[in-house]
Write a protein that binds this ligand. Structure first.
Ligand code: GLA
Length: 377
């Protein structure tokens, strides 16, 4: 990274920061309903070499993007001013300033192994890398959850994606060997040990390479549907509903909103159930919960697609203990919990099914819970 930074900016960086991608084990679309989620950080990481500048210029460059250095004055930053990939990192500087922090410019060079558009939070990784670098370079001392919320603010208000806090919290707060149990309303988190390898299991990620784009309106429409349902029910958020309330919700709501509500309510219950299994070390019990979560995303929330459904079916057919689409939906990645001895067969079955269906070859890799964002040099 030092060499790459020098090639772009002609000098040494002040430091290097890392921010991982994430997969969410369970708890999808629950974050903007004040609910629960259970993500892990993955080894795929965005690296950022950064150097503070005193002249108010913010310069950005990425190894993954062709084109010249993006060069802006921090005083010119406002929502809508940047519409490319640079909106995510730039938005963090804007969000810090909006929150009253006296931060100026920097030279930033990114290099990332987090696939983009794969539902693995490449944008949150970009944002958190900048938040953590600025926290150090400008001596802010903000702490992980606060940095995550500033990164979310950047994505909401500057990049225009109305996401919840799941991705940024996962990227900022996850730790090695654990899943992060998030209670979004309470603002609390618990590191729950998650060691599939120790139980002879693997967590396989199947990137279907169907690109998803949360900025295209479908995500916002789902969020609006949930907020509408919760207002009709007289609740602060769908978090306040339990599975026992569903018959009442069914009598009260228009038929088109009920499946959305059912997904959120059952998904929150699945997170709680998953956490109690993990606390007791029963990793394999996660399998049926993942598969039930996928059915809910497919049939109730309706954000799966042919490729993600096929990946889930093929994985289960080859002996996976459970499988589901992870992330925002409309493509992206599937996770499958598989016995170590079945991992190869499951991978081969998924690839074979994709070939037979004429789909692109999926990218397959297994992950173990990795570290959240941090300074590495
Ligand atoms: C995307 C959003 C998150 C969350 C997930 C779905 O990743 O950025 O806030 O809503 O979708 O769980």
């Amino acid at each position: 990274m030092n060499e790459a930074f020098r090639r772009v900016y002609g000098t040494r960086p002040d430091g290097i920061w890392a921010a991982p991608g994430r997969v969410n084990l369970i708890g999808e679309h629950t974050d903007y309903n004040d609910g629960f989620a259970l993500p892990i950080a993955i080894p795929q990481t965005t690296l950022l070499a950064a150097r503070r500048r005193e002249d108010g210029r913010l310069r950005l460059h990425s190894s993954q993007v062709d084109g010249p250095v993006v060069d802006l004055a921090v005083t010119d930053l406002e929502p809508g001013a940047v519409t490319t990939w640079a909106a995510y990192p730039t938005g963090v500087v804007w969000a810090l300033r909006e929150a009253g922090h006296r931060v100026g410019g920097a030279d930033l060079h990114f290099d990332s192994t987090v696939p983009t558009g794969a539902g693995l939070s490449s944008s949150a990784a970009l944002e958190c890398a900048v938040a953590f670098a600025y926290d150090d370079l400008y001596g802010l001392g903000l702490g992980r959850p606060r940095l995550a919320l500033l990164a979310q603010r950047a994505e909401n208000a500057f990049a225009g994606v109305p996401c919840g806090a799941l991705d940024q919290m996962a990227v900022a707060c996850c730790t090695v060997g654990a899943a992060l149990h998030l209670d979004i309303r309470a603002g609390t988190q618990e590191q729950v040990p998650f060691a599939p390898e120790a139980r002879g299991l693997r967590l396989l990620v199947i990137d279907t390479r169907v690109k998803h784009d949360l900025g295209d309106g479908a995500y916002a429409a789902l969020r609006a549907g949930c907020e509408h349902a919760s207002a009709l029910l007289g609740l602060a958020a769908l978090r306040d509903l339990s599975p026992a309330d569903l018959p009442w919700a069914g009598r009260t709501l228009p038929a088109r909103l009920l499946p959305l509500v059912r997904h959120i309510v059952t998904e929150n219950a699945r997170v709680t159930e998953a956490v109690s299994h993990l606390r007791a070390g029963r990793v394999e019990e996660l399998g049926p919960i993942l598969t039930a979560g996928h059915a809910s995303l497919r049939d109730d929330y309706r954000i799966s697609c042919a490729e993600t459904d096929l990946a889930v079916e093929a994985a289960l057919g080859a002996g996976a203990l459970g499988a589901r689409m992870t992330g925002g939906g409309f493509g992206g990645s599937v996770i499958a919990l598989v016995g170590r001895d079945r991992a190869e067969a499951v991978g081969a079955a998924v690839s074979g099914a994709f070939r037979s269906a004429g789909y692109q070859e999926p990218h397959l890799f297994s992950v173990a819970p990795a570290a959240g964002a941090r300074r590495i040099a």
